[in-house]
Design a protein around this ligand. Structure first.
Ligand code: SF4
Ligand code: SF4
Length: 126
């Protein structure tokens, strides 16, 4: 009989998806369709650079993404791609211009402008 418990660590390392979703913010309109479909709420809203109250972008917390591909399927602007896990973090750095993931290792040093997290103000409000 196989001794699985003896061969495996008592605390299993979380299995990571083979591919992760990466947003190319250059093509993102901030429509938030992807946000609605993500089952693990790992798509975050980021104020846009030029008109922070009106323009939005999104980014994906790659440490939480489960690789389900729903965001890719439903993005009307085809600006999310599934990328192999070993390449996703590097590509996300290149494709992210603004971020709310200031503490994420893969954002630190990426050159992305890190902005304060939290809900964006509604247009017209202060
Ligand atoms: S692939 Fe799935 S889990 Fe990952 S960001 Fe897209 S909708 Fe969310
Ligand atoms: S669905 Fe596509 S265009 Fe809309 S917010 Fe998400 S990534 Fe951006």
């Amino acid at each position: 009989m196989a001794q699985e418990s003896a061969l495996e660590p008592s605390v299993k390392k979380k299995k990571r998806p083979r591919e992760l979703a990466v947003v190319n913010q250059a093509g993102c309109t901030g429509c938030e369709v992807c946000v609605e479909f993500c089952p693990v709420d790992c798509i975050l809203t980021v104020p846009g650079a030029a008109h922070t109250q009106h323009q939005k972008l999104v980014e994906i917390d790659l440490d939480i993404c489960i690789g389900c591909k729903l965001c890719v399927k439903y993005c009307p602007w085809d600006t999310i791609e599934m990328i192999p896990g070993d390449q996703a973090y590097g590509l996300a750095q290149a494709w992210t211009s603004r971020s709310v993931l200031g503490d994420a290792e893969w954002i630190v040093g990426s050159g992305a402008e890190v902005v304060e997290s939290g809900p964006l103000p509604l247009p017209g409000s202060k």
